[in-house]
Design a protein around this ligand. Structure first.
Ligand SMILES: C[S@@+](CC[C@H](N)C(=O)[O-])C[C@H]1O[C@@H](n2cnc3c(N)ncnc32)[C@H](O)[C@@H]1O
Length: 232
């Protein structure tokens, strides 16, 4: 799949436009996956983007796609952990991360990257967040085991401030970005796998179907929110 989470090129660009500057010397895309957003950043900014992921096959796909798009001179891949970004990139001007920071914990990710972002530099990080207080019981229950660390939008703003950032703006992805090119591909695939011989495949398929059912019943209680931050 081109998209490994909700999001779209249009929304990546909308968030990028919220930054007060357009030129960055050192840009790092943390947890880039197959690099949908990496290519958007490289094309729009016309600057080199360092694409970081710990899964090499995704990086290989990204480099293949960037060659096909004529962007290979602007994208450099690094198969490293997001935790190790400060030792490899000690002076970052823009740290971008879509749908990936949770893998090392959102508070830990912001604190770890803060040490490598230049004073006045930027971090743009998306995170699954509660955006309403009124959460349907089934939805709360699903995430209490699926993502027990999930915080409210206000709590994440406080996390960002505590980690040494000024919160410039926030941007919630609309519901259709979960569906287009993501759940509308995942759902039929998962349904074909519920009788698979391998129980781990069956379990994953069932979990995916459950997640999509919960999304349909979410009543707007959660969203992927971009936190647009400046290092103080
Ligand atoms: C949900 S995908 C999001 C990918 C991409 N940003 C997107 O939105 O399409 C999360 C990515 O984080 C990567 N990842 C997970 N843990 C990581 C770690 N500790 N260091 C670097 N990358 C990691 C995974 O390999 C995966 O590509």
């Amino acid at each position: 799949m081109k998209k490994l989470g909700p999001g779209s090129d249009l929304h990546t660009l909308n968030v990028l436009r919220q930054l007060p500057v357009k030129h960055f010397d050192v840009i790092v895309d943390a947890g880039c996956g197959r690099g949908r957003q990496t290519m958007v950043l490289a094309r729009d900014l016309g600057s080199r983007v360092h694409a970081v992921d710990s899964y090499e096959p995704f990086l290989n796909d990204l480099m293949q796609m960037s060659r096909a798009a004529g962007l290979e001179h602007l994208i450099q891949s690094h198969c490293i952990s997001m935790n190790d970004i400060p030792s490899v990139f000690p002076h970052i001007d823009l740290l971008w991360s879509e749908g990936a920071a949770y893998n090392i914990g959102f508070p830990n990710a912001l604190a770890t990257w803060a040490s490598a972002i230049n004073k006045g530099g930027f971090a743009v990080v998306s995170e699954l967040s509660w955006v309403r207080e009124d959460i349907p019981d089934a939805v709360r229950e699903f995430f209490s085991s699926g993502y027990p660390d999930m915080r409210s939008f206000q709590q994440n703003v406080a996390v960002a401030r505590n980690a040494g950032y000024r919160v410039l703006s926030t941007y919630g992805l609309p519901d259709d970005t979960w569906v287009t090119d993501y759940y509308d591909i995942l759902e039929p695939r998962a349904k074909t796998l519920i009788d698979h011989a391998d129980s781990s495949v069956r379990d994953f398929a069932l979990e995916t179907i459950k997640e999509i059912e919960i999304f349909k019943r979410s009543e707007g209680s959660y969203a992927y929110v971009f936190y647009v931050l400046q290092r103080v």
